[in-house]
Design a protein around this ligand. Structure first.
Ligand code: NG6
Ligand code: CA
Length: 523
């Protein structure tokens, strides 16, 4: 949907137009360059609904995130589009449900760029509205124009620069997938000319290169969990998914990833703060391999997973402090959220399960990352913009990240080209805490593409034949060969399937799904 022109009244008291103002008068009052807020999207990886202290975390304190929440609005029913990374990120940046497209599932490090340069992205939108744009951290949306055929020793053929980002400093995929190097503006950062060239394969190993499977004695930092993969090439004493060779000094050290992306992001803010900027700050935390810097070790009661959350909180604090130092906090809108729900054991021997204690990564919800249950996609979400949002706000509105593109378009008064962001709708008023009604329904995508429909009252999970547990991760998938219906008001943990008792509701929610699939539903 194309965004409506910004209803400036919602931005009061800063903007004083009335909601009924004709377009002509609204035009006069559109934000000029100096009024446009900076926008920072902080996107954590695998951070669960119950992983922050402002959401009830038990095993870790997150004072910086809590401060952000106290200055703004905290959402209790915000959904990532999918229960895994690549589809959630695809949808976030394009405003299109990933399940409409092939090849949007968890990408390997040698995947070609998934979003096509002709697609209109969130970054394009900001750039065309006069913003300087950048992405830091986890990319996981492919690079180059042909899978498996990138030359990592030369400028890459397709990068975030083709998608509206003026600057990028990114990891190609995830920290557990090769290549373990940062890509900066199209090339491997800190490229080491004295080292052998970088080669990457997801098919076969390179002669003479040790793997975690054959040489566990070389895994001095982290070992993979038994029967869980992650036992191929070894970088920094940790084995990964995929094979790589070369890289020398360009290879990352996992314990420095958070410092490195935070340094680059804060430098960017310092350099570009005199004009509006948009930053997509996508942390590696708290994805596996969890290997935070030594200064965060022991700062939670949960070992490496909890310490990685502390590290994430530190990154948030650094960004907030930089904005404060520059005097631009008031007019910077920060959105903080996660790409999918949490997971405890995701394939390394990091003692996440053993040290969990009474901490509940999904809070009161059932299921984790990968699941069709709520824990898969319902994630923490905080929006802070001191100039416009009332502090200490909380919203229980049903919301989805699919709407962020159209909502942010409304915020900055951007016109989206016809056909772009087709599934995104303007919920700016909800994001800013001016309205609390939310979406009539939200679609959730599980790892195996099972779709669910949520309304404020119900949750419908379509029938499917997948396994009830994911292999390795001990995660309940929520799969069931018959339709499931849960009453979210009385059964938030999705325990009692009441589909048989409420066939009319099942039919109604199935119909929504059918129409959304066929793109035949107005909102
Ligand atoms: C899975 C990995 C898991 C994680 C996930 C992607 C195995 C057994 N599991 O395939 O560790 O990397 O992919 O996570 O290899 S995501 O958050 O980026 O979607
Ligand atoms: Ca993730």
């Amino acid at each position: 949907m194309r965004p409506l022109f910004l209803t400036l009244s919602i931005l009061s008291p800063v903007f004083t137009t009335t909601a009924s103002g004709a377009e002509g008068s609204q035009k006069d009052k559109r934000m000029n360059e100096h009024e446009k807020p900076n926008v920072i999207l902080i996107y954590a990886d695998d951070l669960g609904y119950g992983d922050l202290s402002c959401y009830g975390a038990q095993g870790v304190r997150t004072p910086n995130v809590d401060r952000l929440a106290a200055k703004g609005i905290r959402f209790t029913d915000m959904h990532a589009v999918a229960a895994t990374s690549t589809p959630s990120r695809y949808s976030l940046l394009t405003g299109e449900y990933a399940w409409r497209r092939p090849d949007t599932d968890i990408a390997n490090g040698d995947a070609a760029m998934i979003i096509q340069p002709w697609q209109y992205t969130l970054a394009d939108m900001f750039k065309h509205s006069g913003y300087t744009t950048a992405v830091f951290g986890k990319w996981h949306l492919g690079l180059g124009n042909k899978s498996g055929e990138q030359d990592w020793n030369a400028p890459l053929a397709a990068t975030p620069a083709d998608l509206g980002f003026d600057h990028h400093y990114i990891m190609a995929a995830t920290a557990d997938r090769v290549p373990c190097v940062f890509i900066e503006d199209g090339c491997v950062a800190n490229y080491d000319t004295s080292a052998p060239p970088i080669e990457v394969s997801y098919k076969q190993n390179f002669a003479g290169e040790p793997t975690g499977k054959e040489h566990p004695e070389l895994l001095y930092n982290l070992k993979p969990a038994p029967k869980h993969g992650h036992d191929q090439s070894i970088v920094n004493g940790i084995s990964r998914i995929g094979y790589m060779k070369g890289g020398g000094d360009a290879l990352w050290k996992d314990e420095n990833i958070a410092d490195s992306i935070t340094f680059h992001a804060t430098q960017f803010i310092r350099k570009h703060h005199s004009k509006p900027f948009f930053i997509y700050f996508a942390t590696n935390d708290v994805h596996v391999p969890r290997f935070p810097h030594p200064r965060f070790r022991g700062k939670s009661t949960m070992g490496l997973r909890g310490d990685a959350i502390v590290q994430f909180d530190w990154c948030v604090g650094q960004i907030m402090q930089t904005l404060d130092e520059l005097g631009i906090s008031d007019n910077t809108l920060i959105i903080l959220s996660s790409d999918n729900g949490p997971v405890v054991n995701d394939g390394y021997q990091d003692q996440a399960e053993e040290l969990l204690g009474n901490h509940k990564p999904s809070g009161p919800l059932r299921g984790y990352k990968y699941s069709a249950y709520e824990g898969g996609t319902r994630v923490p979400a905080i929006v802070c913009w001191p100039k416009c949002i009332k502090p200490q706000s909380k919203s229980d509105a049903l919301m989805s990240q699919i709407d962020w593109m159209a909502s942010l378009a409304a915020l900055i008064d951007a016109r989206l080209p016809k056909g772009s962001a087709p599934d995104s709708h303007n919920y700016l008023e909800n994001l800013l805490g001016k309205k609390y009604t939310g979406r009539p329904w939200v679609i959730e995508q599980a790892a195996n593409h099972t779709l669910s429909v949520r309304t404020s009252e119900w949750k419908y999970i379509e029938a499917n034949d997948g396994p009830t547990m994911t292999w390795g991760s001990k995660v309940e998938t929520g799969n069931c060969p018959t339709p499931q219906l849960y009453n979210m008001k009385s059964d938030v943990y999705e325990q009692e399937n009441v589909a048989i008792q409420h066939p009319e509701t099942v039919f109604e929610l199935e119909s929504i799904l059918r129409k959304v699939r066929a793109r035949k539903i107005p909102l």
